[in-house]
Design a protein around this ligand. Structure first.
Ligand SMILES: O=c1ccn([C@@H]2O[C@H](COP(=O)(O)O)[C@@H](O)[C@H]2O)c(=O)[nH]1
Length: 235
């Protein structure tokens, strides 16, 4: 699939003006945008509707995590805005994942529920601090397997696990943040890799924020990533 169909640019901004300015500057090169907690809590559903109005696909990364009935209600509330993908936390367990999937199917059949496994910012030490003693890849595997059994449409995992997760998740979706150019700072991310490696390893969609949004020329940075993804896909 063409790289444009597989790159999601994360709009991690405190309000709509800089977010929409970036969208306009990236023009037709970028089709998919992530709206996360920062922007959604500041602007509400209208930011999703504005992006849809510009013909963009929306990855609504709210990482819902609550009891099944509450998550189902939240899914119904945001489904009417028309996002394409919506995240929930796999840690909510199979009943919560199943409730989210059922609520999406009833409200907006095209909406896909994506289960976040282990945040890409977490390393083994941080996982241990939460009481999980498995290495990250085994923890991701366990949560991904559970999410698939609960009928989630895909998972979020890091580029360091995506090759191993393909056998569990394919043909469903692997959404992969933690993408960094080889010479770039990891920032707060722990489990990172390049767009080339994530593509070779079979990621369905890559989520990229700061390497594009904080670049001196975001359009040039996005185009370089798209080229890297297309080249890796053909290799
Ligand atoms: O495990 C996760 C889940 C979601 N994210 C989101 O992806 C982007 C990554 O942004 P960068 O600036 O490229 O680090 C960000 O919006 C996160 O909320 C993630 O990084 N890890």
């Amino acid at each position: 699939m063409a790289a444009r169909e597989r790159l999601i640019v994360a709009l991690d901004y405190p309000e709509r003006t800089p977010a929409l300015a970036l969208v306009d500057s990236l023009g037709h090169d970028v089709l998919w945008y992530k709206v996360g907690l920062e922007l959604y809590l500041a602007e509400g559903g209208r930011i999703v509707e504005e992006l849809r109005g510009k013909g963009k696909h929306v990855f609504l990364d709210l990482k819902l995590h609550d009891i099944p009935n509450t998550v189902a209600g939240a899914v119904r509330s945001v489904a009417r805005l028309g996002p394409d993908l919506l995240t929930i936390h796999a840690m909510g367990g199979p009943a919560m994942v199943q409730a989210a999937v059922s609520a999406a199917a009833e409200t907006s059949p095209g909406l896909k529920i994506i289960a976040v496994t282990v945040l890409t910012s977490m390393n083994q030490q941080q996982l241990r601090a939460t009481g999980s003693y498995l290495p990250p890849e085994r923890r991701v595997r366990r949560l991904a397997t559970m999410a698939m059994l609960a009928n989630a449409h895909g998972i979020v995992c890091s580029p360091q696990e995506v090759a191993a997760m393909r056998e569990i998740v394919f043909p469903k979706i692997t959404v992969v943040p933690g993408i960094r150019p080889a010479d770039a700072a990891a920032d707060d991310q722990s489990r990172t890799a390049t767009a080339r490696q994530a593509t070779i390893d079979g990621a369905s969609m890559l989520v990229v924020g700061r390497p594009i949004t904080r670049a001196s020329d975001p359009l040039q940075a996005a185009r370089a990533l798209l080229l890297e993804m297309d080249t890796a896909f053909r290799s």
